[in-house]
Ligand binder design. Structure first.
Ligand code: HEC
Length: 255
């Protein structure tokens, strides 16, 4: 019986494997690939604000639509803007990689695998960490990606974010802890100084949805895998019980 238990435990190991630890970034997010509404909003934001420069070479509109429960005509009317793209196509754009490199000094990378490469926490933090920096050609810099070549395309939604001297609850590099208030004094605190179309918490939700979508794109089959996992476990369990009963039956006369 002990042996069977070990075999069962072994079979369960892949399901308990932990996700990679988050990199050293200020914010964290927990992706929810079951939240279809969030994934739909994320895809919409992506198509509107990111697809002009970035491609998703390995992601088809049709696959995302099926996974998020969106009807084909809705996707065709609201999410496919180019006449060169069709429902079954990958999410390409018209900008060549060289154009990007010439215009921005760096090519906008394909983002299909970025959710896996950088992880949700990193992308989420990156999109929240643009701040005004007049010394940069784009007018912005990024606290997570210094000297970034990407402009802050979400500024109309977020508003103008700047580095200010303020108190923060969060320990930061070079920040001093004020023993009286228990807060950190730093001149690197990011603060929205001119409001955009969204309130700060609304904007954080939008960036969450966008990140959720990019994490999904990195591994679309994870949705199916998650749906399948409990069924596999139930199967293993039932099969284990049947196997054990069968073994008892076989050995009954011998013992
Ligand atoms: C105007 C063109 C443009 C738009 C629009 C744009 N980006 Fe970028 N993006 C770039 C460029 C250029 C880089 C490369 C930056 C660098 O290497 O300095 C980049 C880099 C990135 C990176 C990767 C950084 C890394 O190397 O890991 C991510 C993630 C990213 N963009 C996400 C987005 C998202 C999400 C949107 C939509 C909200 C978006 N981008 C919209 C031009 C753009």
């Amino acid at each position: 019986m002990k042996k069977q238990l070990f075999a069962l435990l072994f079979a369960l190991v892949p399901f308990t494997a932990m996700a990679a630890p988050a990199a050293d970034v200020p914010f964290s997010m927990t992706p929810d690939l079951k939240d279809e509404a969030s994934l739909q909003r994320g895809m919409q934001l992506y198509v509107n604000y990111c697809m002009g420069c970035h491609t998703l070479e390995h992601q088809r509109f049709a696959r995302a639509a099926e996974d998020f429960g969106m009807p084909q005509d809705l996707v065709e009317q609201n999410l496919i803007f180019s006449s060169e793209l069709a429902y079954n196509d990958q999410m390409h754009n018209a900008m060549g990689r060289e154009d990007g490199a010439n215009w921005f000094g760096a090519a906008a990378p394909d983002l299909t695998l970025h959710g896996r490469l950088r992880g949700g926490d990193w992308i989420y933090s990156y999109l929240l960490s643009f701040y005004r920096d007049p010394s940069r050609p784009t007018g912005v810099n990024n606290a997570v990606f210094d000297l970034v070549a990407m402009p802050n395309v979400l500024e109309p939604l977020q508003g103008v974010q700047e580095k200010v001297c303020a108190e923060s609850d969060r320990p930061m590099e070079g920040a001093e802890l004020d023993p009286l208030t228990g807060k950190y004094q730093s001149c690197d605190v990011l603060q929205v100084t001119r409001p955009g179309a969204m309130e700060p918490d609304e904007f954080e939700e939008a960036v969450y949805d966008l990140t959720n979508f990019l994490v999904y794109v990195g591994e679309p089959s994870k949705l199916q895998a998650q749906a399948l996992a409990p069924k596999v476990l139930i199967f293993i369990f039932i099969f284990g019980v049947i196997g054990y009963l069968l073994k008892r039956e076989y050995w009954r006369d011998i013992h």
